[in-house]
Write a protein that binds this ligand. Structure first.
Ligand SMILES: [Zn+2]
Length: 154
């Protein structure tokens, strides 16, 4: 499972970096990643931003499923059923990009529901970090969260 590679376009990488900085000491922002699944690899090539329905607070980001699901569905149809929902991103208003207990529980639910590996990102004024949420292949299907280096592509 650790041979999973994650790619992101340079444009989106810069947007995420910028979001972390511009949201310093402001309520969290976030959205979903849309992209391609190529074997074990994930390619992020689009993302969503908070919709007006999203409940933005200083220490949590509760997104409204409907808006983001519609975005993912639109991408799925428009890309001839190749692009789909592959993860999530959000900002933290300060400090290092460390997932909170709530983040870990939320991500676990997403991975269990999706039944496949998903990529998660936290962007802060200091740093941008990516994590891969994986279900082990043993019978327990236990959840593992590992930091992952993404490859930034043009
Ligand atoms: Zn968080």
């Amino acid at each position: 499972m650790t041979n999973t590679k994650c790619l992101i376009t340079e444009k989106l990488y810069k947007i995420l970096l910028e979001k972390g900085k511009s949201r310093e000491n402001k309520p969290e922002h976030g959205g979903i990643f849309i992209g391609l699944i190529r074997g074990p690899h994930l390619e992020i090539d689009d993302l969503t931003f908070p919709s007006s329905d999203d409940n933005s607070k200083m220490f949590s980001f509760v997104r409204q499923e409907r808006y983001h699901q519609k975005k993912a569905l639109d991408a799925w149809k428009k890309s001839n059923f190749t692009k789909t929902y592959i993860g999530e991103w959000h900002t933290h208003p300060h400090g290092e990009a460390i997932p909170s207990t709530i983040d870990k529980n939320t991500w676990k639910k997403i991975v269990v529901r999706s039944k496949r590996s998903m990529v998660f990102a936290i962007s802060t004024p200091l740093e941008l970090k990516f994590f891969l949420g994986v279900l082990s292949i043993d019978n327990n299907q236990s959840f593992h969260l590992n930091p992952i280096d993404v490859d930034v592509v043009k």
